[in-house]
Each structure stands twice: as structure tokens, then as C-alpha cells.
Design a binder for this molecule. Structure first.
Ligand code: NAP
Length: 530
């Protein structure tokens, strides 16, 4: 058997390892130099074969007992862990992210797979609901009706550049799709092709060790749009998980909508995560909040979808201490390595247009540095009128840049909020004296965002049952769902109702003796497993 820790640049279609003409390389963003080996771009016949195998694997994989699928998720986590430092070193080379961050991200990736394994075993995701027959009911009897969720079909996953592990080959989308019972075909991100291949090999190994059909997982590396387009257009793909740019997410959603059979695309795209600073908090602890703001903003070179890109000061009279402390902290922040030339170029262009914007004042710049693809942090201030007049000021700047908007008070802050696009998060920074204003804002806030935080910072997304990492467009393409947490499985499920089927012909989940021992709603009453 091949050494799973060696990167060959191959396309991995089920059990097949396909090595042809190498066409692209990954780059070290710290040096700008290409890394070895070269990778083969998956071809259209690889897409075809991966989707055919995934379709063949769908029935046996989706029909596994929850415990067996949970074991597979745990095995996937163990195989990734076994890659040990080989994985971390390759991820450092391809992303420029520091070791501690990548070790943390690996921990999160393993924990996510293990968490979904626990969710699968517990069985709440099946949403088992049984309404027994009422043969004596007048004027007509009620039939026996049973409902549970079933897997939607093979899922295509596109990972992001900014999380080479946790939102990539074995990231949240893949983990949730597996948990729901869906085979996965991953379009590998070209920026971290080697990291992706290592993780893909680990997943293949788990598929083999668990005795699952080979088509449960395939990995298609590539550096061009044609591959992704073909994957989304393939009629055997039934849903798409995507994290990345707005342009990319929208392009894939358009392809999915134009198919003979349109399919859902769950794309997480752009968010500026507004933070509302209320006056009593600004007065009492403005300097402390200003420093904490910059710590959140500059974490990971600001390359987080939950980065606090906008602060709305509710009543600007009290924010001098906040702005001054933030400016001082930001001016001290060192230049940081970005993920690649494309992302760095985009950051510099966006900051450049803010620096030259007539209605925007530059409050501070971070330190500059010598080296490739280094981000110099930036902090800007403007007022509500200017923000409303130029909608581009509300665009995401991917990196350590943020804009503070001064408002006259709550009414103006509410008007600003109403003009914002959908967001992953919003944060309220307040003290007791602000609570009435916060209460007035909250109902409007929940129309716009997926997660509302009190007196914290949006970076950091817990993997748990209650988490929502989603939000109205363009934060995501479907604000009814989340890409992190237990609810993430629901994107890859659909409900089926069984009417009057004999018990022996029902899926095990809804049989009378509850063989999977899952919670159920029986005749309207929620019944936990005893
Ligand atoms: P991306 O450019 O959208 O790429 C993500 C994946 O989608 C890649 O595999 C890419 O493959 C594919 N793709 C992109 N556009 C496509 C298209 N039109 N047709 C088919 N496939 C397509 O995202 P990224 O590389 O992660 O980062 C680029 C920018 O996205 C960043 O600068 C940032 O602005 C934004 N971003 C936002 C978030 C967020 O959460 N808000 C997270 C990450 C990135 P190919 O390139 O091989 O086609």
C-alpha cells in the first residue's frame, strides 16, 4: 500500500490514484517560490468517474446504521491525526500560517469530525416523528404516518483558501455531508494542494478501513474554474458546500440553478461583521475595548470570515478613548504573512482605495515589513452620511482592515444597519446604561445576521449544537442554515413520510421498536431515549 504521507500530485478517484501530466504547483507565500511536487489538474473524465462512483456508493453509505457512520467519522479523524507533523509542515509551507494556528486548526478539524460522530449516534438529526394510525377517528380514520430525514445524495465540496484544514477537504462541509450519509467529491483548493492531498489520502484510508464503497470520497485537485463548473453541473451531484469569494459562490450557484435538475448551493461568501459600540460602554472602558478590537481584527492577518470589519459607534461623542487606544495598538501591530499573492493583492487594492477616499480618514497603519505578501494593518474612520452615500464602504476587505463609523445616535445607527447586507455576525458592546438601546436594536439585528454576540468579539466559532455560522445573503447563499455545528447536517438531508407501510418494510429509524434508540416525537409528544 502507498505511503499515505507522501504527496504525489495525483487525482484520487475512489480507490484509484491517477497520475498524468502535472499542470500546476502550490506556492510558499512567504517566499513566493513554487513548492514540489507539481499537481495534476483533474480532467473531465475524472469528474465523471468520481460522480459515477459517488452515485454508486450513495445507497449503501446512506443506509448504514448511525453507529457505523459515526465510526467512519472517528476513523477519518484518527487517520488525519496520524499524518502528524507531515501535515502541519506542509500546511505551514503552503499557507504561511504559523504552526500554533495550524495545530489549533487541525484540533478543530478532528473535534468537528468527532462531534458530528456523536451527533450521528445520538440521532436527533433524523427528526423521527411518528403519528400512529387512528382507525376509529371520525369522520375519516387517520393512517399511520412516520417521518424521518434521509440523505440528499452525493455532495460537491469547495474549500476556502483561509482554512486549509477546518474549511477544506475534511472540513465542516465534508464532515456534515458524511454525517448525513452523503458521499463527497472535493474540488481541491489550488493554494494548498499538498495539504489537501494528504487529508484526502487520510479520508480514503478511513473509507478502506471501514469497508465502505470507494466512491464515498474522491479528491479532484485543480487550479481552474472548468473543473468546479463541471462538478456542480454533474447530474449525480445533489448539493454543493462552498466557502470562498462572493464571485465564486455566485458563479457556482448560477450553474446549480441552471441545471435540468437545480440543486441547493450552500455558499459562505462575504461578511463585515458589524460591531455596535454603545455610549456607556465606550465611556467606561473605551480604551480596553479599543485594544481588544485590534487584537480580534489582526488575528490571523485578519483572514477570517468573522473579522470585525466595521464598528458603528452609537453616538460618537464618547468614542475618543476607543479610537485612540485602537490606533495605538494597530500602529504597533507587525506586518503579517497573508495566504497568497492573490489575497494580498486584493487586500492592498481595497486598502488603497480607502486611503484615497475623500470622506474616509486614516486613523492608523500597522508596521510594514520586508518579505513577500505581508499585510500592513489599517484602521479608518468615517461618518454615517459618507457611509450611506458610498455603498462600497460596506464591502468586505479580506485582511486586517476595519472602518469605524460615527453616528449621531441610535436612530442613525439603525438606519445604517438597515442599509447593510446580510452578515454572519453582529456584536453589541454595552454596559447596563445602554441596555434599553440594545433592546431596541436587537429585533432589527436578528433580521440581518446569523449570530449576535454580547460584549465579545466575533472571531472564533465554537463547534457545538447551538452554533449558527450562516446568515442572510451575501454572508451565505441560504440564510436558513449553518456550515458549523450540529445543524450543518440539515443542509444535506430531506424529510420523507411513510404512510401505512408495514413495520418490516420501514427504514429502521422509524420502526416501532426504535432499533437505533433515537429520540422521537410520537403522537405529538417528544420522547427521549430512556
Ligand atoms: P475562491 O477564489 O472563491 O475559491 C474557492 C474555490 O472555489 C476554489 O477551489 C476555486 O477554484 C473555486 N472557484 C472560485 N471561483 C470559481 C468559479 N467562478 N467557477 C468555478 N470554481 C470557482 O476563494 P478563496 O480562494 O478562498 O479566496 C479568495 C477570496 O475570497 C479572498 O480574497 C476573500 O475575498 C474571499 N474569501 C472570503 C471568505 C469568507 O468567509 N468571507 C473566506 C475565504 C475567502 P479555482 O480557483 O481552481 O477555480
Amino acid at each position: 500500500m502507498a505511503d499515505q504521507t507522501v504527496i504525489t500530485g495525483a487525482v484520487l478517484v475512489g480507490r484509484d490514484e491517477r497520475l498524468g501530466r502535472a499542470t500546476f504547483v502550490a506556492y510558499n507565500p512567504a517566499t513566493g517560490k513554487p513548492l514540489t511536487p507539481s499537481f495534476q489538474e483533474a480532467e473531465l473524465r475524472d469528474v465523471e468517474d468520481a460522480c459515477r462512483l459517488a452515485a454508486a456508493a450513495f445507497a449503501p453509505f446512506s443506509e448504514l446504521a448511525p453507529a457505523a457512520r459515526a465510526t467512519f467519522l472517528e476513523s477519518a479523524a484518527a487517520e488525519i491525526a496520524a499524518l502528524a507533523d507531515t501535515l502541519i509542515e506542509r500546511a505551514i509551507a503552503e499557507s504561511g500560517l504559523p504552526r500554533a494556528r495550524l495545530e489549533g486548526e487541525r484540533g478543530r478539524t478532528l473535534a468537528q469530525l468527532q462531534f458530528h460522530a456523536r451527533c450521528v449516534r445520538e440521532g436527533g438529526w433524523l427528526d423521527v416523528t411518528i403519528d400512529h394510525a387512528l382507525p376509529e377517528r371520525q369522520p375519516v380514520p387517520r393512517p399511520d404516518l412516520r417521518r424521518c430525514n434521509v440523505a440528499i445524495g452525493p455532495v460537491a465540496v469547495f474549500g476556502a483558501a483561509n482554512f486549509p484544514l477546518a474549511f477544506s477537504v475534511a472540513g465542516g462541509d465534508t464532515s456534515a455531508a458524511f454525517a448525513a450519509g452523503c458521499p463527497v467529491v472535493v474540488k481541491g483548493h489550488p493554494a494548498h494542494a499538498g495539504t489537501g492531498e494528504l487529508v484526502a489520502r487520510a479520508l480514503r484510508s478511513a473509507v478502506g478501513k471501514c469497508g465502505l464503497p470507494a466512491g464515498v470520497f474522491s479528491y479532484l485537485p485543480g487550479a481552474g474554474h472548468e473543473l468546479g463548473r463541471a462538478l456542480v453541473a454533474d447530474p449525480r451531484i445533489k448539493a454543493v458546500g462552498f466557502t470562498g469569494s462572493r464571485a465564486g459562490g455566485l458563479a457556482l450557484a448560477a450553474i446549480a440553478a441552471a441545471r435540468a435538475e437545480p440543486i441547493p448551493v450552500y455558499a459562505e461568501m462575504s461578511s463585515i461583521n458589524p460591531v455596535f459600540l454603545f455610549p456607556a460602554a465606550a465611556r467606561a472602558r473605551g480604551a480596553e475595548l479599543g485594544r481588544a478590537y485590534v487584537a480580534s481584527l489582526t488575528q490571523g492577518a485578519g483572514q477570517f470570515c468573522t473579522n470585525p470589519g466595521l464598528v458603528i459607534a452609537v453616538g460618537a461623542g464618547q468614542i475618543d478613548a476607543f479610537v485612540q487606544a485602537a490606533a495605538e495598538a494597530l500602529a504597533e501591530s507587525p506586518a503579517q504573512q497573508m495566504l497568497g499573492a492573490g489575497i494580498h493583492g486584493g487586500f492592498d487594492r481595497a486598502v488603497g482605495s480607502l486611503l484615497h477616499h475623500q470622506a474616509v480618514q486614516t486613523v492608523a497603519r500597522g508596521r510594514s515589513g520586508e518579505g513577500e505578501n505581508l499585510a500592513r494593518a489599517a484602521l479608518f474612520v468615517t461618518d454615517a452620511a459618507a457611509f450611506v452615500a458610498d455603498r462600497t464602504l460596506g464591502n468586505e476587505v479580506f485582511g486586517p482592515s476595519s472602518l469605524i463609523v460615527r453616528t449621531a445616535g441610535l436612530d442613525e445607527a439603525v438606519r445604517l444597519l438597515q442599509g447593510l447586507e446580510g452578515q454572519l455576525t453582529a456584536t453589541v458592546l454595552f454596559d447596563a446604561a445602554d441596555e434599553e438601546s440594545v433592546a431596541a436594536l436587537l429585533p432589527r439585528l436578528q433580521q440581518k445576521v446569523g449570530r449576535i454576540l454580547a460584549n465579545g468579539w466575533p472571531t472564533g466559532v465554537e463547534v457545538c449544537h447551538a452554533m449558527v455560522h450562516g446568515g442572510p445573503f451575501p454572508a451565505t447563499s441560504d440564510g436558513r442554515s449553518t456550515s458549523v455545528g450540529a445543524l450543518a447536517l440539515q443542509r444535506f438531508l430531506r424529510p420523507v413520510c411513510y404512510q401505512n407501510l408495514p413495520d418490516r418494510l420501514l427504514p429502521a429509524a422509524v420502526r416501532e421498536l426504535n432499533p437505533y434508540a433515537v429520540p422521537a416525537r410520537i403522537d405529538g409528544v417528544l420522547t427521549p431515549v430512556s
